[in-house]
Structure formats: C-alpha cells, structure tokens
Design a protein around this ligand. Structure first.
Ligand SMILES: O=c1nc[nH]c2c1ncn2[C@H]1C[C@H](O)[C@@H](COP(=O)(O)OP(=O)(O)OP(=O)(O)O)O1
Ligand SMILES: [Mg+2]
Length: 198
C-alpha cells in the first residue's frame, strides 16, 4: 500500500510537479482536486509562508492528518518584486495564466534584458494537528524573456528564462524542470528533513 500525501492545492500544474517529485519516494499524491467539495481557501496572508500555512493548517484540521501546501509565485526585480504573493490573480480574479504573462510583459516593455532579473519562490508548509507547522523554501533565479516560448509547465513558465539552460521553464521537459525549479528546491529541503513530517 503506497503512502499517501495530501497537498492542499487546486492547481493542476503544481499537482503534476509534485506527483513527479514524490514518485522517487514512492508516495501517492492526493490534492484538493480530488475533493471538489472543499471550498477555495482565502489567501489573505502577507507572505508566501503565511498563505502556505493557512492552506496546510485548514486542511490538516479538516482531515485530522498531516497536510502539505505550496504557496509560490514570480518576483520581478524591475517591478519592485511584483507580482509576488499576488501572482495567481495578477491580471484579475480568474487566475488566467496567459493574461498574467501578458501583463508582466507589458509592464516590462522597453526594459533591457540585463534588467529583467526575476526569481520563482516556493514555500511548502507542512501542517499536522497539534504540531508546529514546518516550512521548506526554494528559489529559482532567472530573467523575464522578451516574449513567451514553450508549451510545457504552467503559470509563468513560458516567460521565465533560465540562463544556465538557455531555455524558458516552459521549454524544459518536466524532468529538466524538476532538477532546477523552486518547487524542486523546496522539495529537497522537505525530503532532507523527512523525520520532521513523515
Ligand atoms: O512552477 C511554476 N511555474 C510557473 N508559474 C508558477 C509556478 N509555481 C507557481 N507559479 C505561479 C502560478 C500562479 O500564478 C502562482 C501560484 O499562486 P498560488 O496561490 O501559490 O497557487 P494557486 O492559487 O494557483 O493554487 P493553490 O493556491 O490552490 O495552490 O505562481
Ligand atoms: Mg492560491
């Protein structure tokens, strides 16, 4: 019987990343996409940590078991760190990835390549009933491309250029992305501290 991990997310792109990242550990990933009756959790925190904790703690309390959550986003230096924790709804409440990408590109119009530095941030919170919530963070440094490219991944992947690989995140295969992404880095911290949460 495979061990099961519940991730308090409704983002199908994240679920795919986590399924691949947990596969080597032999874990089965469940998410809130498997529990459509659970309402969306309002992310009114002021940081990735606060939002990740809120999602994990709400579902850990509801399920009475250890639950993970991921709050993540794109931080663009030339936009004073925007979209940041507002990445999902940057272009509006319907969380449209293409509209979000177009808004970032429009705001960076005319900004030269060397000033388009950015990073992805991922905070995984692990919550268990009656235990202190634990946090594992990952980052991926890159630049905002001049135009979108690539079909893989989700969210801002098409405009996030990874200089060391000379490709956008959306041009990477899932395996390549899971070697460099902010989520993979956060997972490395998480798996290095398994005794904390298993
Ligand atoms: O690997 C990634 N590649 C591209 N974009 C990404 C990635 N990771 C997060 N992102 C973007 C998507 C979304 O615009 C925001 C996450 O927002 P965030 O609130 O954490 O997720 P969400 O609302 O889509 O689902 P949920 O809160 O149920 O986990 O950052
Ligand atoms: Mg969210």
């Amino acid at each position: 019987m495979k061990r099961e991990v519940v991730i308090a997310t409704k983002n199908a792109g994240k679920v795919k990343d986590f399924q691949q990242l947990f596969a080597p550990l032999g874990w089965e990933v469940r998410s809130l996409l498997d529990f459509p009756e659970i309402p969306e959790i309002i992310e009114d925190g002021h940081s990735f940590r606060e939002n990740a904790a809120k999602k994990a703690e709400a579902i850990a309390a509801a399920f009475g078991k250890t639950v993970l959550a991921d709050d993540s986003g794109l931080v663009v230096d030339a936009l004073d760190g925007r979209p940041g924790i507002y990445s999902a709804r940057y272009a509006g409440p319907d969380k449209d990835d293409q509209a979000n990408n177009e808004k970032v590109l429009a705001e960076l119009q005319g900004v030269p390549q060397e000033e388009r530095t950015a990073r992805f941030v991922c905070v995984i919170a692990v919550a268990s009933p009656n235990k202190v919530t634990r946090y594992y963070e990952g980052f991926c440094e890159g630049e905002i491309a001049l135009r979108p490219s690539g079909e893989n991944g989700f969210g801002y992947d098409p405009i996030f250029y990874v200089p060391e690989l000379k490709k956008t995140m959306a041009e990477l295969s899932p395996q390549e992305k899971n070697r460099v992404s902010h989520r993979a880095e956060a997972m490395k911290q998480l798996t290095a501290n398994r005794s904390d949460w298993e």
